[in-house]
Design a protein around this ligand. Structure first.
Ligand code: OSB
Ligand code: MG
Length: 373
């Protein structure tokens, strides 16, 4: 790592990126994404990070406006005042800001990319990743009917995705699971409820237990770490926590309480790559497998997730699909593309390893602000 602070400018940009089709979860529908892109400039190098925050405060408390507010008014002033020399130092500094993981992560990830490029190394190597190919799956939103779902899943299977995740909601849970496992026996299948159930309505998961699922992701509310331990006791299907894990502390509590058997790590949700690696390492020591979730990121955030998912305890396919699964045109070059066996190949070039398409960003840009020390 370098021994002095070398960042000369940070540029925030918001782009409006249309999704190929709206994405529906138990609690919201997303027509497009508005990632907050952070470009960190210094020594002729640009490092990139993505605030992959959803449009609405229905996943967690954050929105694009809160991410901008936290970055402009708190994170960037701290960054330029304290001049942290390394990404972990920046992560530590940003812990003064409570929660607001997507905002803190956007800046921290840009510093990781910048640092990797300054050292001429791929980001995944800097993070301690040990492989250049990662297995991936696909997350399928709630569809208008079961026939549409079966058709979609059939197409994704043909493309090679190694596992299928479907979004579920009360009343739209048992039937799609049954239909999928009947149509595709042995399908590596998991469900994600995005916290739509309570302990009372979660009785449905006892019924679902007759179907072997890879895991049930975030059935209960994000603060229900204790309640998840009660539910997990009754199920052989493993529970995986997403929203509940905002930092290493919640991971420690969930593992101690046996609230889950698997953890989904999203660098955005947990405030960056430093915390992601800390959760990964802690889970590895406690024999809890992790996998890398997604937030319908643009190529910038997905390339960052790819680097993280090369660490050894990422033991399930990630929600890191190819560019064309989400977007007609991505903002990185080349497109992120799926290999026939359902894997993604890590590039060998420095940092996140993909070029940012500035022309395309200019075309999609809704806001641009520049900050200097
Ligand atoms: O809960 O994992 C989730 C997308 C937006 C918000 C929350 C979630 C998701 C996904 C899609 O499941 C993952 C992806 O392909 O990026
Ligand atoms: Mg989830």
């Amino acid at each position: 790592m370098s021994d002095s602070f070398q960042i000369e400018e940070v540029v925030l940009r918001v782009v409006k990126l249309p999704l190929k089709e709206p994405f529906t979860t138990s609690l919201w529908t997303t027509p497009h994404k508005t990632p907050i892109l952070v470009e960190m400039r210094g020594q002729g190098i640009s490092g990139w990070g993505e605030g992959a925050v959803p449009l609405f405060p229905f996943y967690n408390h954050e929105t694009p406006q809160t991410v901008l507010h936290i970055l402009r008014d708190f994170a960037l002033p701290l960054f330029f005042k304290e001049k942290p020399k390394t990404p972990p130092e920046l992560a530590q500094l940003l812990k003064r800001i409570q929660r607001n993981g997507f905002a803190r992560a956007a800046l921290e990830m840009a510093y990781w990319d910048w640092t990797a490029k300054a050292q001429g190394k791929p980001l995944y190597q800097l993070l301690g990743g040990a492989r250049q190919e990662i297995p991936v799956g696909v997350s399928v939103g709630i569809q208008k009917d079961t026939a549409t779902l079966l058709k979609k899943v059939g197409e994704f299977r043909e493309q090679g995705y190694q596992r299928i995740k479907i979004k579920i909601a009360p009343g739209k849970d048992l039937e799609p699971v049954k239909a999928l496992l009947t149509e595709f026996p042995g399908l590596p299948l998991m469900v994600d409820a995005n916290s739509a159930y309570t302990l009372k309505s979660a009785a449905i998961f006892r019924e679902m237990n007759q179907y072997p699922l890879l895991m049930i992701e975030q059935p209960l509310h994000e603060t229900d770490i204790y309640e998840h331990s009660l539910l997990q006791k009754e199920l052989s299907n493993p529970i995986c926590l997403d929203e509940s894990i905002e930092s290493l502390r919640e991971a420690e509590a969930a593992i101690a309480l046996r609230s889950c058997k698997i953890i989904n790590i999203k660098p955005g949700r947990v405030a960056g790559l430093t915390e992601s690696v800390a959760i990964h390492d802690y889970c590895q020591r406690h024999d809890i497998p992790v996998w890398c979730g997604g937030m319908l990121e643009s190529g910038i955030g997905r390339a960052t997730n790819m680097a993280l998912a090369t660490l050894p305890n990422f033991r399930y396919p990630g929600d890191i699909s190819e560019s064309s699964r989400y977007y007609h045109e991505d903002i990185v070059e080349p497109d992120i593309t799926l290999r026939p066996g359902g894997t993604l190949q890590l590039p060998s070039s420095p940092g996140i390893g993909f070029e940012v398409n500035m022309k395309r960003i200019e075309g999609l840009k809704q806001l641009e602000e520049r900050f200097r020390p």
